[in-house]
Ligand binder design. Structure first.
Ligand code: PLP
Length: 387
C-alpha cells in the first residue's frame, strides 16, 4: 500500500491575500454587503469588460433565479435546458412556476445541442439556458440566432466558464441577455459560496439589484452612506435574500486577481493529461472548436471506452484504492427522480447525455495539485487501464 496522502477531487486555492482581506472585513465592523462587495463587483465588471454591469449574489443558483425573474419568466412558461447539467439549472425555472424543457446535448462537447433546442420550441417557450460544460463554450452564435428567430431570451449558466472565450470574446460579453458565474468552493475561483450576475442590459441589472435584497429600492450600504435618512426604504416587490456578504467578497477580490494565472495553470495540466493519456482507451475532453479560444478547464471529463474492459463505477473504485478522488459530471437531469418522474423523461429521448453519463469520469484538475500529484493521477489511470 502506498504511504501517500489521499488526493482529493478538488481543493480551493486560497492565499494569504484572501485571508488578510477577510480579516480586514471582520475587523472593519462591516460584514454584510458593503464596500468590499462594491469593489468586487466593480473589479469583476472591469475584468469581463465591454461595459457590462455585475451584481454579486450568494450563489449562482440565486443569480440564475434572479436572471429568470428579471427577464419576466412566469408560471406556465417553458425554459429549455440541457440534460447534462447540475440540477440548479432546472430548479430555478420551477422556483418561478415555469417548466424546464430538458433536451439532449452534443456528443463531442456535452453542451446543449442547437438542433435539440429547435425541436423543443413550442408557443410557451420563453428562454434558453445554455451551460458551458466543463468550461468549454456552447455554440453561442447558433443559440442566439435561434433565440432571435423565435423571440426567446438567453440566460447563460456560466458556472464553469470563468474565464472562457467564444470566438475571441469572453463569456459574459456575448449577445445573451444575462450570464451567471459561480464561486462555489470547487469552481475556478471561489468565495466559499457566491455568484455573479453579469449583463449589459440596464433594466435587467436594476431588477436583479432590487430583487437580490427583499425588493428594497436601496440596499443597506447605500442607505448607510447616503445623505437622505438612513432609516427610510421602500419595498417595491416581494424580493429574495440573495446578497453577497463582504466576508465572501473579500475572498473574491483576490481570487479574481489570480483567475488568469489559475486558468493558465489548468491549461498546462489539461495539455499534460491530453498528451499522457492519449494512447489509452479513453475519449478525452473536447477542445474549443474555434481556433485560439480559451477553455476554463473547471473540469477534465474523460469517457471510458467499452474496449477498456472496465466500467466507470469500477474505475472510480480503483482510483480511490490508489488514493485518488474522482467524480462524475453529470448524473443527467433525465435520471434524477424529480425531473424524470415530474416530466416523464425517458432515457431513450436523451441518447447522447445518457451514454455520456454511463462512461464519464472526471479526473482531479486544480491549481493546488503539484506536478507530482498529476504524475500520480496519470500513473494510476494507466495502471488501471492496463497500459
Ligand atoms: C455549480 C453549478 C451551479 C450552481 O452554482 P452555486 O454557486 O453552487 O449555486 C449551477 N450550474 C452548474 C452547471 C454548476 O456546475
Amino acid at each position: 500500500m502506498s504511504e501517500q496522502k489521499f488526493l482529493p477531487f478538488a481543493l480551493p486555492d486560497i492565499g494569504e491575500d484572501e485571508i488578510n482581506e477577510v480579516v480586514d472585513a471582520l475587523r472593519s465592523g462591516w460584514v454584510t454587503t458593503g464596500p468590499k462587495t462594491k469593489q468586487f463587483e466593480a473589479d469583476f465588471a472591469a475584468f469581463i469588460g465591454e461595459g457590462v454591469e455585475a451584481i454579486a449574489v450568494n450563489s449562482a443558483t440565486a443569480g440564475l433565479h434572479l436572471a429568470l425573474e428579471a427577464i419576466g419568466i412566469q408560471p406556465g412558461d417553458e425554459v429549455i435546458v440541457p440534460s447534462y447539467t447540475f440540477t440548479a439549472t432546472a430548479e430555478v425555472v420551477r422556483y418561478l412556476g415555469a417548466d424546464p424543457v430538458v433536451v439532449d446535448v452534443d456528443p463531442a462537447t456535452f453542451n446543449i445541442s442547437p438542433a435539440a433546442i429547435r425541436a423543443a420550441i413550442t408557443p410557451k417557450t420563453r428562454a434558453i439556458m445554455p451551460v458551458h460544460f466543463a468550461g468549454l463554450a456552447c455554440e453561442m452564435d447558433e443559440i442566439i440566432a435561434i433565440a432571435r428567430e423565435h423571440g426567446l431570451k438567453v440566460v447563460e449558466d456560466a458556472a464553469h466558464a470563468l474565464p472562457t472565450t467564444y470566438k475571441g470574446k469572453l463569456v459574459g460579453t456575448l449577445d445573451s441577455d444575462v450570464t451567471v458565474f459561480s464561486f462555489y468552493a470547487n469552481k475556478t475561483m471561489t468565495t466559499g459560496e457566491g455568484g455573479m450576475v453579469v449583463s449589459k442590459n440596464k433594466d435587467i441589472i436594476a431588477r436583479c439589484k432590487i430583487m437580490r435584497l427583499h425588493g428594497i429600492s436601496r440596499d443597506a450600504f447605500d442607505r448607510y452612506v447616503s445623505k437622505t435618512p438612513a432609516w427610510y426604504y421602500e419595498v417595491i416587490a416581494p424580493g429574495f435574500k440573495y446578497n453577497m456578504p463582504d466576508t465572501a467578497a473579500a475572498m473574491g477580490i483576490h481570487q479574481l486577481k489570480k483567475i488568469v494565472a489559475f486558468r493558465e495553470k489548468r491549461e498546462v495540466m489539461a495539455q499534460r493529461f491530453d498528451r499522457e493519456l492519449a494512447d489509452l482507451p479513453l475519449i478525452l475532453p473536447a477542445r474549443p472548436a474555434h481556433a485560439g479560444d480559451r477553455h476554463a478547464w473547471h473540469l477534465y471529463p474523460v469517457r471510458i471506452k467499452l474496449e477498456a474492459g472496465i466500467s466507470r463505477d469500477d474505475f472510480i473504485v480503483c482510483m480511490a484504492e490508489k488514493g485518488i478522488g474522482c467524480s462524475v459530471h453529470f448524473i443527467p437531469l433525465h435520471r434524477q427522480p424529480v425531473w424524470r418522474d415530474g416530466y416523464q423523461l425517458d432515457r431513450a429521448a436523451f441518447p447522447v447525455a445518457d451514454a455520456a453519463f454511463e462512461a464519464e469520469v472526471t479526473l482531479p484538475l486544480y491549481t493546488r495539485m503539484t506536478a507530482d500529484d498529476q504524475t500520480r493521477v496519470i500513473a494510476a489511470v494507466r495502471e488501471i487501464l492496463g497500459a
